[in-house]
Design a binder for this molecule. Structure first.
Ligand SMILES: CC(=O)N[C@H](C=O)[C@@H](O)[C@H](O)[C@H](O)COP(=O)(O)O
Length: 221
């Protein structure tokens, strides 16, 4: 197993974010490492290559957006191959039941393991999807997409600890908590609920959203 137990920091910034770009994400990864993170999650070949500077295990994703399909986290094999070529040894992909263009996640999981020699990190939104991903051979199952699929709308403020707990009770593979873990006590609760690791993104690596939160909650208008 390539992913250690502990805190994983997601270092992602979209094109409209002033911190977009491998130089910034590489620096974020170093800061996360110095703070005690045991792994990094990063998006796209350039950022995946840049975060290797931290010498930590990298969960690579490749977001590819389409007008026709809702699946965007590593939606096909070519997306997986691109981040594998940039050094990701753990590849995360959408394993929800939503429609997609191309191969079924069960095929993608096997191809990523056999052809790229990487571990597969299944991003799911429901217990049923998590059980299926594990049956298909995923190496890790993560709650990443809870709150982001039709089946899990409306998106709650808090992370989906109930889903985490249900997955941990049923699965033999490591279960990872991800999505809206934005306070240290929520991370502690996730480990108590059986998480192998917890991924935190926005609250550590997105100063724009953190600033907005302060402005919206603490600044008089
Ligand atoms: C739904 C989706 O696309 N999630 C993405 C997955 O890579 C990221 O945008 C999130 O920031 C990441 O999952 C961490 O979550 P949070 O930022 O809530 O700590």
């Amino acid at each position: 197993m390539k992913l250690p137990r502990g805190l994983i920091v997601s270092c992602q910034a979209r094109a409209d974010n002033p911190l977009h770009g491998p130089q910034f994400m590489g620096a974020m990864a170093l800061a996360a490492r110095d703070g005690g993170a045991v792994g990094i999650r990063a998006n796209g070949p350039a950022d995946v290559a840049a975060v290797q500077a931290a010498s930590l295990p990298v969960i690579g994703i490749h977001k590819v957006f389409s007008d026709d399909y809702p699946v965007y986290i590593t939606p096909d094999f070519s997306a997986a191959r691109a981040i594998s070529a940039s050094g990701a040894r753990i590849i995360a992909l959408d394993c929800t039941q939503r429609p997609r263009d191309g191969e079924h996640p069960s095929i993608l999981i096997r191809r990523i393991q056999e052809e790229l020699g990487a571990e597969v990190f299944a991003d799911i939104s429901t217990l049923e999807e998590g059980l299926k991903a594990s049956d298909w051979g995923a190496d890790y199952v993560a709650t990443t997409l809870s709150g982001y699929t039709e089946a899990t709308q409306p998106k709650p403020e808090e992370p989906d600890l109930a889903l985490l707990e249900a997955l941990a009770a049923r699965l033999d593979v490591p279960v990872v908590a991800e999505g809206r873990y934005n306070r240290p006590e929520l991370v502690a609760q996730a480990f108590n609920a059986g998480a192998h690791a917890v991924v935190v993104g926005t609250m550590i690596t997105n100063p724009r959203d953190i600033t907005r939160m302060f402005v919206n909650q603490g600044v008089p208008r």
